[in-house]
Ligand binder design. Structure first.
Ligand SMILES: CC(C)(COP(=O)(O)OP(=O)(O)OC[C@H]1O[C@@H](n2cnc3c(N)ncnc32)[C@H](O)[C@@H]1OP(=O)(O)O)[C@@H](O)C(=O)NCCC(=O)NCCS
Length: 183
């Protein structure tokens, strides 16, 4: 493989469409090797992401390079009544710690607000401290466990909840100005 060309700026967020599924699956397999979502799971969720009856919101983060576009992150949210669930959130390892996870989560919480959800729930592997810190920064609180939720491996899930996503303001990251999240 040739060296990747330089990106022309920070990744842009846009709605995920069906033609993004294949590149998203590649990242999915890399980031969740034990319990990656299948192609069908993404198709099924995207089928509920458009139109007046939509209950899903999926996004991709796209980096533009001189040799084309590359998906470097994605996230999805499902709404059911006044409860929303973070279905997935992932960032390519080369972009960790740049605020991209926070930008994706901000958009999911905007979507939860647009769906008029009063609460947002998620499950997170008990050993995924990095993700938990991200969620805590946005006001999520641990409310319980699901024993053996992740199979294979029998890993427990931490269940986290955010009440009133419309008021969530992430704790600022020291030494940075996250102005682009607040527009
Ligand atoms: C969890 C995950 C989505 C976080 O994505 P990310 O892009 O690294 O998230 P952010 O950059 O917004 O935040 C991560 C850290 O970077 C810091 N950060 C955020 N913005 C920053 C910026 N502009 N400059 C420097 N650091 C920044 C944050 O404070 C945070 O640090 P902390 O953990 O010490 O609080 C990513 O690690 C990932 O995809 N992991 C694998 C898949 C996964 O586990 N998904 C979650 C399943 S529950």
């Amino acid at each position: 493989m040739t060296e990747a060309a330089d990106p022309t700026g920070p990744p842009a967020l846009r709605e995920m469409r069906w033609w993004d599924i294949e590149p998203v699956l590649e990242l999915e397999k890399e980031l969740f090797p034990e319990d990656a979502w299948s192609r069908g799971m993404f198709w099924s969720d995207l089928a509920h992401a458009r139109g007046p009856e939509a209950t899903r919101r999926y996004l991709v983060a796209v980096e533009t390079r001189s040799d084309g576009e590359r998906i470097v992150g994605y996230a999805g949210l499902a709404a059911a009544g006044d409860l929303a669930d973070v279905q997935t959130i992932a960032v390519a390892p080369g972009h960790w710690g740049t605020g991209l996870g926070g930008r994706l989560l901000t958009e999911l919480l905007r979507a939860a607000t647009a769906f008029e959800c009063a609460e947002v729930m998620l499950e997170c592997r008990i050993d995924n401290v990095r993700a938990q810190k991200l969620y805590e920064r946005f006001g999520f609180e641990a409310i319980g466990f699901r024993r053996g939720y992740y199979q294979p491996g029998n890993v427990d899930a931490l269940v986290m909840r955010l009440t009133d996503p419309s008021t969530s303001v992430p704790t600022p990251v020291q030494g940075t100005q996250e102005t682009e999240n607040n527009g």
